[in-house]
Design a protein around this ligand. Structure first.
Ligand code: TYM
Length: 338
């Protein structure tokens, strides 16, 4: 018999530095949409165990986890409507990850482009955790039997691996237990690019702070970074095709579209023929209108970290009520005595 699964969303973000506009548009903003509109149960997580696959200063990790939680809430995640917690408080993630370490194959892991990028040339010196990272990610998702996972484009390969792990587990044990999860990679900003180089992803680890908008940037910083964003000398084209070969222009159009809940076509129609001298100030106004309130609310929430800790503890408790029975059933399937 084919099992039916409750429509449930899971997604996570690493507390490994500040939140960027890429995280907001590619992930959190869409998490809020799914919380409000999709008819889903929504589960969102600060993946602190993923963060430590590369070195994290413990004090910074604590601060970043709380700040990320503040970022989720300030952006519209409601801890009553969604389950919101940090990964290490729900030990079932790691317990399932171990099972998946035994299901996933070395060859699958070696093909992960993020492993290759992050480990670089010196793979011998990378942590074992970094190599096994996608098995923990699969466990994050499948410990909730999540059916849908909203992410940015850079996580696509990890989600394909999650499907492979679920399918192999189901097949190895001849069960229909784990769902084959749907990636949800949608909207105008699934891949927000660096403001300094349109061929590179906007990232918290880029050494240049001018390359990204941080969710904690104030209005002056947002304005300065957008004014300095790399562009070309041409006016905006009259069709999407005209953005071909103009990655920086395309990126700013996509950012405008995502911030205004619109799409690139509509933005092009509005600004066709205009120079960046006209477009950029409009983008500055829009970014300040949408992002400054989030940044202000984050600083307000960070003034009471005990409230944040309470929210996370409560979220973890709720998370465990879903995760514990799924782990127990997994152990039964695998043949563990309990
Ligand atoms: P992380 O922490 O690198 O990024 C969090 C989310 O933000 C998205 N994102 C972007 N989207 C568009 N443009 C960008 N420039 C950009 N930069 C980041 C990412 O795609 C992601 O959705 N492995 C994950 C965390 C994770 C996870 C999970 C995600 C752990 N377990 C289970 C989903 C489900 C990661 O490192 O994301």
């Amino acid at each position: 018999m084919t099992q039916t699964f409750i429509p449930r969303v899971f997604s996570g973000i690493q507390p490994s530095g500040g939140l960027t506009l890429g995280n907001y548009l590619g992930a959190i903003k869409r998490f809020v949409d799914m919380q409000e509109n999709g008819g889903f149960e929504t589960v969102y997580c600060m993946v602190d165990l993923h963060a430590i696959t590369v070195w994290q200063n413990p004090e910074d990790l604590r601060r970043n986890t709380r700040e990320l939680c503040a970022g989720f809430i300030a952006s519209g995640i409601d801890p009553e409507k969604s389950i919101l917690f940090n990964q290490s408080q729900v030990p079932e993630h790691v317990q399932l990850a171990w099972i998946f370490n035994c299901v996933a194959r070395m060859g699958w892991m070696k093909r992960m482009t993020q492993w290759k990028d992050k480990a670089g040339k010196n793979t011998e010196n990378a942590s074992l955790g970094l190599f096994g990272y996608p098995a923990l990610m699969a466990a994050d998702i499948l410990i909730y039997h999540a059916t849908h996972v909203p992410v940015g484009d850079d996580q696509k390969q990890h989600l394909e691996l999650t499907r492979d792990i679920a399918a192999k587990f189901n097949n190895d044990f001849d069960v229909d237990f784990f769902p084959i999860t749907e990636p949800v990679i949608e909207g105008a900003a699934t891949r927000v690019m660096s403001l300094r180089d349109g061929s590179k992803k906007m990232s918290k680890s880029d050494p240049s702070d001018l390359s990204r908008l941080n969710m904690t940037d104030d209005a002056d910083a947002l304005a300065k970074k957008i004014r300095k964003a790399k562009t070309d000398a041409e006016p905006l084209p009259d069709s999407i095709e005209g953005l071909e070969g103009r990655p920086e222009a395309r990126n700013l159009v996509n950012i405008y579209a995502a911030l205004s809940d619109s799409n690139a076509e509509a933005v092009i129609t509005e600004f066709s023929g205009h120079q960046f001298g006209t477009f950029k100030p409009r983008l500055v106004d829009l970014a300040i209108e949408k992002l400054a309130p989030i940044s202000n609310e984050m600083s307000r929430l960070m003034q009471d970290t005990s409230e944040i800790d309470k929210i996370l503890a409560r979220g973890a408790e709720r998370g465990r009520t879903i995760a514990a029975p799924i782990l127990a059933k997994t152990y039964d399937i695998v043949g563990m005595l309990r």
